[in-house]
Design a protein around this ligand. Structure first.
Ligand code: ADP
Ligand code: 5GP
Length: 204
């Protein structure tokens, strides 16, 4: 089990559902919330920055980290490996800040085993047709890649019942509002606020 004074949020979604759009806005807008930077063996896409989007490493280094138990969880998707670094996560959690992890469903289930009170959020596309439309309009994938992503999307969507919150990303503003509200509501939960409430009470 990983001890953590802050809140841990995990967000998953089929590719194209709007996860990057929502998470980037969330970490810009919500104070004291850190985006978890994973390690990956895939190559950076145009515009991606080392140490901001991912730590880009080669297969040898990934293998070594797996052997040394350096990952809290790791998976292989679309022919590349992705993992949450143990030292990195422990270091951030020790600061007491909240952390948001953008990981796929298998990783989310594995993370829950070591951080049972992590809040799991799934972002739903409004329909299969709109997901395909968003993938096409994003213009990053070939027809073949879109076919593979749509197939994988079904597999990811089948896991929705394991999540604590489902955010339907149809109207972007409404979806963002719900997403942000989950973070603030978790911060205000009884378990999190009890120490503060006790301190207030002691002053009477
Ligand atoms: P993901 O990170 O889940 O793969 P993106 O955030 O890149 O998805 O979004 C995929 C595409 O859909 C982008 O072009 C984005 O601008 C668009 N998009 C995101 N949310 C909405 C929405 N609510 N309505 C319409 N288009 C959206
Ligand atoms: P992309 O290549 O589009 O950045 O990411 C592909 C998929 O890998 C996304 O679903 C993303 O959430 C997932 N992913 C990114 N980092 C990690 C990680 O550290 N662990 C797991 N399990 N999935 C990850």
């Amino acid at each position: 089990m990983i001890q953590h004074p802050g809140n841990v949020f995990v967000v998953s979604a089929p590719s194209g559902a709007g996860k990057s759009t929502l998470t980037q806005r969330l970490v810009r807008s919500v104070p004291d919330l850190i985006f978890s930077i994973s390690f990956t063996t895939r190559k950076p896409r145009p515009g991606e920055v080392e140490g901001r989007d991912y730590f880009f490493i080669d297969d040898e280094r990934f293998d070594a980290m797996v052997r040394e138990g350096g990952f809290v969880e790791w998976v292989e998707v679309y022919g590349h490996r992705y993992g949450t670094g143990r030292d990195w996560l422990n270091g951030v959690l020790a600061t007491g800040l909240d952390v948001l992890l953008d990981i796929e469903t298998t990783g989310a289930m594995n993370l829950r085993k070591v951080i049972p009170d992590a809040r799991l959020i799934f972002i739903l596309p409004p329909s299969a047709a709109s997901l395909e439309q968003r993938l096409r309009s994003r213009g990053k994938d070939s027809d073949e890649q879109i076919r593979i992503r749509m197939h994988h999307a079904r597999h990811e969507l089948e896991q929705y019942q394991a999540y604590d919150y489902l955010v339907m990303n149809d109207d972007l503003e409404l979806a963002y509002h719900q997403f942000e509200s989950i973070v603030y509501a978790t911060r205000a939960s009884l378990g999190r606020m009890s120490p503060a409430a006790r301190r207030v009470l002691e002053g009477f």
